[in-house]
Design a protein around this ligand. Sequence first.
Ligand SMILES: Cc1cc2nc3c(=O)[nH]c(=O)nc-3n(C[C@H](O)[C@H](O)[C@H](O)COP(=O)(O)O)c2cc1C
Length: 178
Amino acid sequence: MVLIVGISGSKRPDSLCLTLVNTLLSACQKHGVETQLIDLSQHNLPFFDNRESWEYGADVDKLHELLGKADGFVIGTPEYHGSMSGTLKNFFDLLDFKRVLAGKPAGFCAVGGGRSRAQTVLDHFMVVARALQLWPVPRVVGMNHPDFQDFQVKDKATLERIEQVTHELVRAAKALKK
Ligand SMILES: Cc1cc2nc3c(=O)[nH]c(=O)nc-3n(C[C@H](O)[C@H](O)[C@H](O)COP(=O)(O)O)c2cc1C
């Protein structure tokens, strides 16, 4: 079975980023894959201080274990000052990325407060994906606050985009599965 792991990089209660990541995971399930969520608001991860990845304790070990089983990722962030949240960046820094991320596909999504629908961080994600040796799927999902209604994605164009991104992601995960 193909496993897609979603990562939500927001710590805010009632996070729209978490809503969006969960929406993409549900769409992945419709393409016949299993999903699991890493909600970083539920983890108090230590700050990376350049020790080896196995020196950060049981929570980080468990996250490595789950990421290691994944065949692909949905990665979401709130846009903070044109980039990803510090929470998500610190998470990436803690990881032994060559062991658990490299060579696997990722679909990226982000939520911003402005009109640009988090386009800046979505562009930035492409650079970060290269550094982490992820395989980003071609399309991304960017949203802003008015695109959500009652914590649901209702906008037709965005739902179509979510369908495209998850289709690309699941196709890539199946093709690249080891
Ligand atoms: C510190 C901070 C910086 C932000 N910077 C940006 C930004 O550069 N561009 C933008 O569109 N929104 C920005 N926002 C708005 C958030 O991206 C927006 O509220 C988003 O919905 C947060 O996601 P969440 O609902 O998961 O918390 C910023 C918010 C905060 C708190």
